[in-house]
Ligand binder design. Structure first.
Ligand code: PLP
Length: 245
């Protein structure tokens, strides 16, 4: 998977990896009685070149994600001719909001009021509507933020209300990363069940906020079983990342 491959080999490798991921999603859907169409695969292309994004688009991928604005902005520009939707999934500084709203359709990592304000200002100025997911840190205690971003479960409601009220933003749902520490460490299914529970409560007041973004290469099966609507898969499609971030 790490060997530099000739272009045609790379396309074949991506196609094979994609079909294995597709099989996993389909199997997890079947096992839990869900329709395959209820789960969207987002391919996380961070650290991989724009050429890979182009190959993926040729293989039918329509949703891609990045976690650093500088790389994402460049790749989105290089791939502007492709029918792709860009998701931003990384921790986001407020001074990057103006850039992100130019190419991103969704930001999955909204985790503080200042970021809501910055995204709202930027989206309004750009004349765009940006889909926002509140990132939930299941390992964060009340009042704290997660080590990898996100708000504690008890702060989700207020932040979601702020997104829903903000001009230029649309509240689309919730995102999480399975915690590496705390009560949910090594228990992705329990973590995703908890996220789905928080999502159900959120939808009592925001019925349209029905995206549940959960599951990566290691744990997408558990995420689908728990009810995720969007899985974010990098390594299992693209191979081990060239640079660790
Ligand atoms: C990198 C990343 C992913 C994909 O992780 P893999 O383990 O490579 O599938 C998913 N979500 C977020 C937020 C990420 O940063």
């Amino acid at each position: 998977m790490n060997d530099p491959a000739a272009p045609e080999d790379r396309a074949a490798q991506l196609a094979a990896n994609l079909s294995r991921v597709e099989e996993r999603i389909a199997a997890a859907c079947a096992a839990s009685g869900r329709d395959r169409e209820d789960v969207t695969l987002i391919v996380v292309t961070k650290t991989h070149p724009a050429h890979d994004v182009r190959l993926l688009a040729g293989l039918g991928v329509r949703e891609v994600a990045e976690n650093r604005d500088q790389d994402a902005a460049r790749k989105a520009a290089e791939c502007a001719d492709l029918p792709l939707r860009w998701h931003f999934v990384g921790q986001l500084q407020t001074n990057k909001a103006r850039s992100v709203v130019r190419y991103a359709d969704h930001v999955h990592s909204v985790d503080r009021p200042r970021l809501v304000d910055a995204l709202s200002t930027a989206a309004t100025a750009a004349g765009r509507q940006l889909g926002c997911l509140v990132q939930v840190a299941l390992d964060a205690g009340s009042g704290a933020r997660g080590e990898r971003g996100g708000v504690a479960p008890d702060a989700v409601g207020a932040l979601a209300d702020a997104v829903a009220a903000a001009e230029g933003l649309r509240l689309d749902g919730l995102m999480t990363v399975a915690p590496l520490s705390g009560a949910y460490a090594g228990q992705p299914r329990a973590a995703f069940d908890r996220l789905v529970e928080i999502s159900s409560r959120l939808r009592e007041t925001h019925p349209a906020a029905n995206m549940v973004s959960a599951g990566m290469s290691q744990d997408l099966d558990e995420a689908v079983a728990a009810g995720a609507t969007h899985v974010r898969v990098g390594t299992a499609v693209l191979g081990v990342r060239p640079r660790l971030r």
